[in-house]
Ligand binder design. Structure first.
Ligand SMILES: [Zn+2]
Ligand SMILES: [Zn+2]
Length: 413
């Protein structure tokens, strides 16, 4: 479930509500759009309710690491997956709750503002621990199968830090959210505290087209912003917009829905796969490998939008296997597309998982995945037209299909 954050509008200062994956933010008060810069692991605070006697400057914030995303494991004889949403204490301390439980979802969080009074305990647990915890919570492979784990990936994950306010009253440390005692006062002195760094604050940039100054458009969680004025596309990198050069699979069908995919073209080592023919042989497809397939590059077609794991793997597999049936992608711009909300680096993360999912001879081929390394890769954003057929969206050349409901549900992941 998305966290909700009480953010002040960067343009007029009014308090607005954000979902944690909101990027293009419209303020209902001043009607201005701003774009939220992707930081590494954004920081939020649980709102405290402090007794009047407590000096806000004496509040100590305890760090928790949060992971939300899908864990995929290739092992045993297949691909296993689970959506996980979990928090874990960011310091080694037995007197504090090991996780925040459902608390972050039950309240509106605050963004971390450096000028807010109080101090912060320094996170001493490495960030990877959030991933280890996610693996443990997912519990995908049984103990005896763990020996046969060939690959693990985290896809579409959000990593953040959530701080729990605490304060000292007498000689007791209290939970600043519900005023419950947590432990003795020495708890604070066992850990180093640091002042907030202004670099921890959320950052926004103006959402205007760098080329023509027109307003950039997109859905609230979009990673690729579009300008109707000069028909260009942009993504934020390091606090500024850089151009995106996408292509599209041509179609004669009007009102097709253009879904974004990352086409990840790879050459691998360990197990050497250099073209589409190699891929068909490695995954043992029941399909005659024509000579022409060996001159095609090996590309995996990974959705650039969020979907539940089952649909994600299904449409990636169908489009990857059927890519040779697609007309060549062309330069171009259509006004209406489905917004990309899964970054290219996540598509790269998904490559081996999609390879595993499309493997027919799982018993013999999956163990080889542990040795397969991606030596070179190139990623390209491609819009693929899908048309409505009953309850599905279907790509007419490859037959790739996606339940319309899966697309709607993907918005809530
Ligand atoms: Zn505003
Ligand atoms: Zn423009």
């Amino acid at each position: 479930m998305d966290l909700v954050i009480a953010q002040s509008c960067p343009s007029c200062g009014a308090e607005i509500s954000l979902a944690e994956d909101d990027r293009l933010v419209r303020c209902p008060y001043c009607d201005v759009y701003n774009y939220r810069v992707a930081g590494s692991a954004p920081r939020y605070l649980l709102p405290g309710r402090l007794p009047a006697a407590v000096d806000p400057a004496a509040v100590v914030h305890i760090p928790y690491l949060r992971f939300k995303g899908t864990v995929y494991e290739v092992g045993g004889e297949g691909v296993h997956h689970r959506i996980v949403d979990t928090t874990r204490l960011g310091i080694e301390e037995d007197d504090l709750p090991p996780s925040l439980g459902l608390r972050p979802q039950a309240m509106r969080l605050l963004p971390l503002i450096a000028s807010r009074p109080g101090s912060y305990l320094r996170q001493s647990v490495p960030g990877e621990e959030a991933f280890n915890q996610a693996v443990a919570v997912a519990g995908l492979l049984r103990r005896r199968e763990r020996r046969a784990l060939y690959h693990r990936a985290f896809i579409g994950e959000t990593l953040s830090r959530i701080y729990q306010p605490c304060y000292l009253h007498g000689d007791t440390v209290f939970d600043g959210v519900v005023a419950r005692p947590l432990g003795g006062g020495e708890l604070f002195s066992r850990h180093r505290s640091v002042a907030a760094d202004p670099a921890w604050e959320p950052r926004f940039i103006s959402s205007h087209c760098p080329r023509c100054s027109g307003g950039l458009e997109g859905e609230r969680d979009t990673l690729v912003l579009r300008c109707r004025g000069c028909r260009s596309e942009w993504q934020e990198e390091g606090g500024r917009f850089v151009p995106v050069s996408s292509t599209m699979v041509p179609t004669s069908i009007r009102d097709a829905l253009h879904l974004p995919f990352w086409r990840v073209t790879i050459v691998t080592e360990g197990v050497r796969l250099t073209g589409f023919g190699d891929y068909l042989r490695f995954t043992n497809q029941p399909l005659a490998v024509r000579p022409a397939f060996d001159s095609l590059p090996l590309s995996l077609w990974v959705p650039a939008f969020k979907l539940n794991p089952r649909s994600f793997l299904q449409v990636a597999a169908q489009l990857t296997l059927g890519q040779w049936r697609l007309p060549a992608a062309e330069e171009g711009y259509v006004d209406e597309v489905y917004g990309a909300n899964l970054p290219a680096r996540e598509a790269l993360q998904a490559v081996k998982t999609v390879l595993a999912h499309t493997t027919v001879s799982k018993k013999t081929s999956l163990p080889l995945l542990a040795e397969l390394r991606i030596a070179r890769h190139e990623t390209r954003l491609i819009y693929v037209p899908f048309v409505v057929r009953g309850l599905d969206y279907v790509e007419e050349h490859s037959g790739a299909a996606l339940l319309a409901a899966a697309l709607r549900l993907g918005k809530t992941l």
